[in-house]
Design a binder for this molecule. Structure first.
Ligand SMILES: *[C@@H]1O[C@H](CO)[C@@H](O)[C@H](O)[C@H]1NC(C)=O
Ligand SMILES: *[C@@H]1O[C@H](CO)[C@@H](O)[C@H](O)[C@H]1NC(C)=O
Ligand SMILES: *[C@@H]1O[C@H](CO)[C@@H](O)[C@H](O)[C@H]1NC(C)=O
Ligand SMILES: *[C@@H]1O[C@H](CO)[C@@H](O)[C@H](O)[C@H]1NC(C)=O
Ligand SMILES: *[C@@H]1O[C@H](CO)[C@@H](O)[C@H](O)[C@H]1NC(C)=O
Ligand SMILES: *[C@@H]1O[C@H](CO)[C@@H](O)[C@H](O)[C@H]1NC(C)=O
Length: 488
């Protein structure tokens, strides 16, 4: 989840170390398994298909309290819900409580408050968590980081905590103390568990159960072709970096009936790679074109673009190209872009119109009004992405879905370039491809090209009652028109 914008303070990352990597596997659902491998550390992240997001199991305090936290490249603080928070204690039919675990400071002998009432984070979807900055031991697979600075959510609208792995210049402490602190990726490097402040994320297939985050290295078995380096875009011309923002040069829709470049009136598209956001958010005009290609419609009841689930079986893909005409491209197939609205129980159906009787799914590309645009899990699953916070570069390549092999290569030293990567040629941080055609030549391939004979899709959504059970749609605050929904 992208944290809401904050004042930025200049900070220099510490460096100098020896070589190692720290890896956490990402696993769907609740089956974390942590293991240590040579001089590297593996853990497991679980893909929560119902509420969305990738989760990691950790222990906090002494003795360690098990807590499952969402991995988030869009924010920079680790925080845990306090077991006394109302969202954890006031369990009801609408609120299952803190099912991912919560932290009770009274049960930890190493707990200390380092900033009372100074933890206050708000994400662009309007959710928030407030409380204290604390320090305590943070354990992953038997590896203990002592006195890690974390937030303790005493008053939180989110029932699970997060592991934010972004730049320290995006820490929530900037809003209260005007200062930053070494967060998890920085501490791993300072404690010489990894050589440089960098990590790679492989989320794997929508239907697969495991993926991984690897601190300090890359895994050459987890992608296809070349790992290509592109620049992270800084809001102030390179002085400070706050988020994993890159130039999105073009988005193309391709099916067996044709290829279209989606058009937009924006001059340049900056998109943030955000593992904490479930869907992908593009400008209104571009998103609407994508919807028209696949036959998605916007449901005002859900506040989401929805699509018949059968579209997920069609052939075709969207190609995302970065940092110029010769930049790296990641193709995302329709099967990765059509998501169940619910799990458990039959999916809701269109109750009228041409799609009557067809199951409703959410579409992986949504609209938003404000830059930066967000490339969430519906994009990230199709890519292997390395985040290098020292050189301020992203390494990106098409993923190797369901790879069972591993070949980990550590960064050589602090500030070393991403291993086995090549720089994108003719890089550009601004501009995007201009679309000449205005047709939807790929549309018939997307909508009729598969086995199903789906009728032409039109706006036909009705019957909010059956969809809204147990679900709240959180609309945007803070002027960033990003929304997401969560089950309460
Ligand atoms: C914590 O989780 C581990 C496995 O992930 C389990 O073996 C252990 O029993 C759990 N401890 C508690 C207190 O729940
Ligand atoms: C952690 O904090 C405690 C209490 O302030 C201190 O005694 C200890 O030395 C600290 N440990 C590390 C590794 O900084
Ligand atoms: C990956 O594995 C899952 C099952 O674990 C399967 O459903 C999916 O189709 C596989 N994906 C690819 C691209 O082979
Ligand atoms: C991605 O799609 C484009 C156009 O549809 C195609 O030319 C390219 O080969 C694809 N790339 C991969 C890695 O499949
Ligand atoms: C998304 O598009 C729909 C349909 O055009 C519109 O009603 C809605 O307000 C848009 N949402 C945002 C966040 O811009
Ligand atoms: C792009 O880069 C390649 C190799 O790096 C070079 O040969 C080519 O001339 C460049 N093209 C443009 C338009 O700059």
């Amino acid at each position: 989840m992208k944290a809401s914008p904050l004042a930025v303070a200049g900070v220099v990352l510490a460096s100098a170390a020896q070589a190692q990597v720290v890896q956490f596997d990402i696993e769907k659902r609740h089956a974390p398994s942590l293991r240590r491998r040579d001089a590297t550390i593996d853990a497991t992240l679980s893909n929560e298909k119902v509420q969305g997001g990738y989760f990691i199991n950790v222990q906090v305090g002494t003795p360690g309290q098990n807590i499952t936290l969402q991995l988030d490249t869009g924010s920079s603080d680790v925080w845990v819900p306090a077991s006394t928070a109302a969202i954890c204690t006031e369990v009801s039919q609408q609120n299952p409580g803190c099912t991912f675990g919560s932290f009770n400071p009274d049960d930890s002998s190493t707990f200390q408050v380092v900033g009372q009432n100074l933890f206050d984070i708000t994400y662009v979807d309007g959710s928030s968590s407030k409380g204290d900055y604390i320090q305590d031991n943070f354990q992953i697979n038997g590896l203990t980081v002592k006195n890690l600075t974390m937030g303790l959510g005493l008053d939180t609208s989110i029932s699970n905590g997060l592991v934010g792995v972004g730049y320290i210049n995006d820490e929530a402490s900037l809003g209260t103390t005007r200062s930053t602190y070494p967060n998890l990726p920085v501490v791993l490097q300072q404690e010489k568990l990894i050589n440089t402040v960098a990590f790679s994320l492989w989320l794997n297939d929508l239907d697969a159960s495991t993926g991984s985050i690897l601190f300090g290295g890359i895994d050459t078995e987890k992608y296809q072709g070349e790992l290509t380096r592109i620049n992270i875009i800084s809001p102030d011309g390179g002085k400070t970096f706050t988020e994993f923002a890159v130039n999105l040069y073009s988005v193309q829709a391709s099916s067996q009936s044709g290829t279209d470049t989606l058009s937009t009136s924006e001059n340049t598209l900056v998109a943030v790679l955000d593992s904490g956001t479930t869907l992908t958010y593009l400008p209104q005009d571009m998103a609407e074109e994508a919807w028209n290609e696949v036959g998605a419609t916007f449901s005002s009841e859900l506040g989401l673009a929805v699509v018949p689930c059968s579209v997920g079986n069609k052939n075709g893909h969207f190609s995302f190209k970065f940092a110029g005409a010769d930049g790296p491209t990641v193709n995302v197939t329709l099967s990765e872009l059509v998501l169940d609205l619910f799990s458990g129980g039959p999916p809701p159906q269109f109750s009228s119109g041409p799609n009557k009787g067809q199951s409703i799914c959410e579409f992986g590309i949504q609209n938003t009004t404000d830059a930066p645009y967000l490339l969430g899990d519906t994009f990230l699953r199709s890519a292997f992405v390395t985040y290098d916070l020292v050189n301020n570069q992203i390494g990106i390549a098409p993923t190797n879905f369901n790879s069972t092999q591993t070949n980990i290569v550590a960064f050589a030293s602090s500030g070393a370039p991403i291993p086995s990567s090549t720089a994108a040629p003719n890089q550009s941080n601004t501009g995007h491809s201009s679309s000449t055609q205005s047709g939807l030549s790929a549309a018939s391939g997307f909508q009729d090209g598969g086995n199903d004979n789906a009728a032409p899709l039109t706006s036909a959504f009705s019957g909010p009652g059956m969809f809204v059970v147990g679900m709240t749609i959180c609309y945007t605050l803070l002027g960033s028109a990003v929304f997401s929904f969560r089950w309460l």
